[in-house]
Every structure is written in C-alpha cells, then in structure tokens.
Design a protein around this ligand. Structure first.
Ligand code: HEM
Length: 318
C-alpha cells in the first residue's frame, strides 16, 4: 500500500480520540480486561491463538452473564478444559494482555498524527508475530468489538471522565481510529504472507514436523525437528522465530513462539525451551511453567507438531 492510498481519520473523530485519550489511558487495565473477557467469551475459538501464559482469567465462575451454560457444547468444552487446567493458578496473569492493549491504545491515539511510515515501522514486529500465529483479517473486528466493549464499560463505571461528548460519539471515534489502524495491520500482514509464499520450500499456516531428537540439560530442553514430508525447510536467518502449534491432552491446541537455534543440518530445525526449576508447589500453579510442561510433553521424540514459516530476523531486508 502506498502512502497516498492511506485513509485518514476524519477530523471530528481525531479530536474526540485526542480528548478522551487520557481517560482511556487511565483506565487501560479495566478496558484491557473487558476487551479480553469479551473476546474469549464471545469468540472462545480465539483463545488458542494466544500463548497459554497470556490467557487471562475469564469469568467462568460467575453466574451472571451466562458463563459456560450459554456457550455451545464445543465452546463450553474448550473453556471447561481451560478452567480445569488453570483452576487455582495464581501467577502469570495479565502481562501480555496489557502489552497488546497498551500498544493498541497508544497507536490509536497517534494513528492520525504519527504518519503512515512511522506507524508502519512501529508495527512491523507485531505484524510478523501476528502472521506467525496465523492472525487473519476476519479476526480484526473481534478485537474491535472487545475494545469498544471495554471503553463503553469504563465510561459507564469509572468516575472522572468529564468528557464533553456523548458516549456513542466517543465509541464511534475510537471505532474509526481502530478501523484505520487495523487496515494498516491487515495490509502489511497480507504482504508478509505473500513474501513468505514466494520463498523456496515454503508453506502456508502450519507445516507438520517430526521431533527426531531431544537434548535435555539442567537448564533446558533442545528439540530437533524435520519436515514430515522430508522436504527441506526454507533457509533460516539469524534471529528468526517460528510459532509452534501443539495439541495437548489437557487444554487442546496451544501456540508459542520460539527463536530458532543454529543447526548443523539444512533439513533440521532446532529450538530450545528454558526450564523453570525447581518446580515447587508454587511454580506448579504458575501457568507459564504449566505451559512449558505441556510443550515438553508434546515435543517427545516421534511426535508431530505444526510449525509456522520463520519470521523476524533479517527476513524483510532485500
Ligand atoms: C490493531 C490491532 C492490534 C494491535 C495494536 C495488536 C498489538 C499486539 C502486540 C503489541 C503484540 C505483542 C507483540 C510481541 O510480543 O512482540 C501482539 C501479539 C499478539 N496479537 Fe495482536 N494486535 C492487534 C490485533 C490482533 C488481532 C485482531 C488478533 C487476533 C485475535 C491478535 C492476536 C495476537 C496474538 C495471538 C499475539 C501473540 C500473543 C502471545 O505472545 O501469545 N492481535 N499484538
């Protein structure tokens, strides 16, 4: 997309976003929490896209708002798995959601004055991560829905907005800013996917790899994998990462990104998972530790897992 094609935010929306930015920033936590609750309650299929240590506490225990009972069997089962696996987890909550929601708010405030090139530079790394997770254009309206639900909730419940605008005007302005930002993400991610598709030995989404060797030390596991169809994978550049998709017995499909280690063989990809030891009673309840345990379990020799194309590093340098 050339700069000249970029849509701009209408002046009224830009002014309202600027004037309400302080309120939104002040209540960022409340908004982020409602954003993810809305996303996972209305679209539970998106839960698996996020790293397990990202999963915030959804309100499954609350009778109000329906909880599990109002979900379809399949959705309910998935969330039930989630709840069972994480009942009693006390740590690992809410760091990543804050990162994504914070940046969302930051970029939305500046989407009309940062300029196209600056925004594109800033979002490049995020777009690479999104592509590795197979985030698609149809996911963007789901985050929009959550964002606006979060802002609406904050406007209704948090004191001190003192804003000289109607709630609907504020929501409309933030919705418009989001649409503009989302269009930039979607376009960049489309181009990234096209670049990947043009690479030698490429695939789309996830490719099946076989775990052929696992080295274990006190500090880490190092996994060696090759393509199930025996074809060579694309060449890896220093600093590149892949998204690994595994199916676990307890919580279904989970994803996590790993940097690729140097490999002596062109046909073998290697990545490492740091242990968090010792696994005392408290760390057993840390979902980041649980996530690692699920990965170590799923990445046994002879098991198959899905790997994304490599992203990051020097991929985009021509
Ligand atoms: C304009 C809207 C969006 C913004 C500003 C945004 C921002 C971010 C940021 C800052 C990160 C962290 C990147 C990193 O760790 O380096 C991230 C990661 C991620 N985003 Fe987004 N995002 C947006 C839309 C979406 C959508 C529509 C989805 C799909 C539901 C999504 C799913 C994810 C996932 C799965 C991750 C990886 C989180 C993890 O590590 O588990 N994002 N995003």
């Amino acid at each position: 997309m050339e700069s000249s094609e970029v849509k701009t935010l209408d002046a009224a929306s830009a002014a309202i976003v600027a004037e309400s930015a302080q309120f939104v920033a002040t209540h960022g936590d409340v908004i982020a929490k409602r954003l993810y609750e809305t996303l996972f309650e209305r679209h539970p299929e998106t839960l698996e896209l996020f790293s397990m240590d990202f999963w915030p506490q959804v309100r499954l225990d609350e009778e109000e708002d329906g909880g599990i009972d109002e979900l379809s069997d399949e959705e309910g089962q998935k969330l039930q798995h989630f709840k069972c696996a994480f009942d009693g987890c006390t740590k690992g909550f809410s760091i990543q959601p804050a990162l994504m929601a914070d940046s969302l708010q930051k970029y939305l405030v500046h989407v009309s004055d940062f300029g196209f090139d600056l925004i594109m530079n800033k979002i490049e790394r995020i777009c690479q991560k999104h592509v590795s997770r197979n985030i698609q254009p149809q996911h963007y309206p789901l985050i929009r829905e959550g964002l606006l639900a979060g802002i609406e909730h904050a406007l209704e419940t948090e004191a001190g907005s003192g804003l000289p605008h109607e709630k609907n005007d504020i929501l409309h302005a933030w919705g418009s800013a989001y649409d503009l930002l989302a269009s930039m993400f979607i376009e960049r991610e489309r181009i990234l996917r096209g670049d990947l598709a043009g690479k030698k030995n490429s695939w789309t989404n996830f490719e099946s790899f076989l775990v052929i060797k696992v080295e274990e030390t006190d500090k880490l596991w190092r996994f060696h994998l090759e393509r199930v169809n025996k074809r060579l994978p694309p060449q890896v550049m220093p600093g590149q990462f892949v998204c690994v998709r595994v199916k676990t017995q307890h919580v279904g499909v989970i994803h996590r990104n790993f940097f690729l280690d140097p490999s002596p063989s062109k046909s073998v990809w290697i990545f490492s998972l740091q242990k968090t030891m010792p696994l005392d009673a408290d760390s057993e309840r840390d979902r980041s530790v649980m996530c690692k345990k699920f990965f170590a379990e799923a990445l046994k020799v002879g098991n198959q897992v899905g790997l994304s194309m490599p992203l990051g590093g020097f991929l985009m340098k021509k």
